[in-house]
Design a protein around this ligand. Structure first.
Ligand SMILES: [Zn+2]
Length: 302
């Protein structure tokens, strides 16, 4: 396969979004497999080795409950011509829709990996591996957690910054979004009120998308909240969410850590979001609902 053919093959399965649902199974499996290739691991990975890693990745970066179907892409990626399986004929000969169960993959010792021609092209060109990984992570995860996703799948910090050839389908961000959100929230974090400045320059204050930009969230103030870097990051990781209508902040039961830091974070449990200066800027329920179902790590603390 040529470099261009490889790029096109990955571009063609870029449209993974299914309605409101965040579909991160295939992207995470591909990142995991690319990371293995980059780190010179065996080209085919046994399901029993991949299973615990994919479970962790989905628990950390996927919507709540998504790890239960972690075996699906291991099977379905075959139909995108980017994956092949080894294992008992009894499983491999099934029609594409007849997904084997977790137990069948385990007991059948099924292995998966990139097809040979694709693999050879990738191994010869580590920069290409980096560029594909970057494209995948940029189209599925917000900036706040992209380096965590890359690190968790085995990529170094200095992953290739080379942009890919055709990027006509990449949606452009509205550069005015940040400013509009910060004005609406009067330049302070909606959770903790952080408003540190150096002269007139804000420090560590960001405009967060409620429904991620990567999940077709629009660049409008009603889809934004001004947050300090820490609250932005944990919001994107699903550590807390904001309830529609009451704008109450609720934290995940999965949050844990040293008593002092956790205590500082949990001090905001049940408190109201520091609201924008005008009603027209208030977060819209549709976006908050999306965040709660697709990002927040259920269950909520009471
Ligand atoms: Zn804050």
């Amino acid at each position: 396969m040529t470099r261009d053919e490889v790029l096109r093959a990955f571009e063609e399965i870029r449209v993974w979004q299914r309605g409101d649902q965040r579909a991160v199974h295939k992207p995470l499996l591909i990142l995991y497999a690319l990371g293995r290739l980059l780190n010179n691991k065996a080209p085919m990975v046994n399901w029993n080795e991949a299973d615990p890693r994919l479970k962790e990745l989905l628990e950390e970066f996927g919507p709540a409950g998504s790890s239960a179907s972690r075996h699906n892409p291991f099977w379905h990626l075959q139909t995108d011509q980017l994956w092949r399986l080894d294992g008992p004929a009894e499983i491999l000969t099934r029609p594409p829709g007849a997904t084997p169960t977790l137990t069948e993959l385990r007991q059948g010792n099924v292995s998966g990996g990139f097809p040979e021609t694709l693999r050879y092209t990738l191994i010869r060109d580590p920069r290409l591996i980096g560029a594909i990984a970057r494209q995948i992570v940029d189209s599925h995860f917000p900036d706040t957690i992209r380096s965590d996703v890359l690190a968790a799948t085995g990529f170094p910090d200095d992953i290739s910054e080379t942009p890919l050839g055709s990027s006509s389908r990449i949606r452009r961000r509205d550069p005015a979004f940040r400013e509009r959100v910060l004005i609406a929230y009067q330049y302070r974090c909606g959770v903790c009120g952080h408003d540190l400045r150096l002269g007139r320059q804000t420090i560590g204050l960001e405009a967060a998308h409620i429904r991620w930009f990567q999940a077709n969230g629009p660049d409008v103030v009603e889809n934004g909240i001004a947050l300090c870097s820490m609250h932005h990051k944990v919001f994107d990781l699903g550590v807390f969410t904001v309830l529609p209508e009451t704008y109450q902040i609720v934290f995940s039961q999965h949050l844990n850590g040293d008593s002092e830091t956790t205590g500082r974070m949990l001090a905001h449990q049940g408190a109201g979001l520091i609201l924008p200066q005008s009603r027209e800027y208030f977060p819209q329920s549709d976006y908050l609902d999306w965040h709660r179902s697709q990002v927040f790590k259920k269950p909520a603390r009471t």
